[in-house]
Design a protein around this ligand. Structure first.
Ligand SMILES: [Zn+2]
Length: 69
C-alpha cells in the first residue's frame, strides 16, 4: 500500500490504491487532514479546513435525482 509522509508529524499516511490527486486523507497518527498533491511518489500537504462543511463529504448530495421517478 502506498504511503506518503504526513507534514505534521512525519509519520506515514496511507494512500488508497485508487486515490487521486486532490483527495483529502486523514493521518492516523495525528488526525490531521491532508490533501494528496502528488502520486508518484505519493505526497501530501496539510489541508486547510474552512470549517464550513463539518461533514466534509463530497458524496453527500447524491439524492438530488429523487424527483425524476
Ligand atoms: Zn500526522
Amino acid at each position: 500500500m502506498p504511503t506518503a509522509i504526513c507534514p505534521e508529524c512525519s509519520e506515514e499516511v496511507y494512500v488508497g490504491p485508487e486515490a487521486e490527486q486532490g483527495d483529502v486523507l486523514s493521518c492516523d497518527e495525528c488526525g490531521s487532514r491532508v490533501v494528496l498533491v502528488g502520486l508518484d511518489p505519493p505526497e501530501v500537504d496539510l489541508h486547510e479546513d474552512t470549517g464550513d462543511d463539518p461533514a466534509g463529504d463530497e458524496f453527500d448530495d447524491f439524492d438530488y435525482e429523487d424527483d425524476r421517478y
